[in-house]
Design a protein. Structure first.
Length: 132
């Protein structure tokens, strides 16, 4: 009986140590990714922008075309395609009501970056038809 309890205790310690090690590794890799600014996208959103920027983006979008343009200028370095193209297309929709030349300029910039396999390509084609 003493032998059985000793083996059981060693097995429980090994199992607990393995789970603790897995937990620590997961937390350490998350901290390293956060230090590099690689937090994941917001749930339900395209990849390319961290979830921390999402609330500022929503506020800027509600503020109109000028506010969104300022926000995009400030944060462009932290956003990658396809999310960057998606945000720029939101800007095109907002600015296109008053300044179609600006909308065409932004669409031309998007055209040079995205490929037909991009998840935002269909939306790009629709906007391109509307403004060109």
């Amino acid at each position: 009986m003493k032998f059985f309890l000793t083996v059981l205790l060693i097995a429980l310690i090994a199992w607990g140590g393995w789970h603790f090690w897995s937990y620590i590794n997961q937390k350490m890799s998350a901290m390293k990714a956060e230090e590099r600014g690689e937090s994941g996208p917001a749930p339900g959103k395209l990849p390319g922008m961290s979830a921390e920027l999402e609330s500022g983006y929503e506020d800027a979008k509600r503020g109109g075309a000028e506010t969104l343009a300022r926000w995009l200028y400030q944060h462009r370095g932290q956003i990658r395609d396809p999310r960057l193209a998606d945000i720029e297309m939101d800007y095109v929709v907002l600015v296109g009501r008053t300044n179609q030349a600006e909308a065409r300029r932004v669409l031309d910039g998007i055209r040079s970056r995205i490929k037909p396999t991009s998840p935002v390509y269909k939306r790009f084609q629709q906007l391109d038809k509307a403004y060109h």
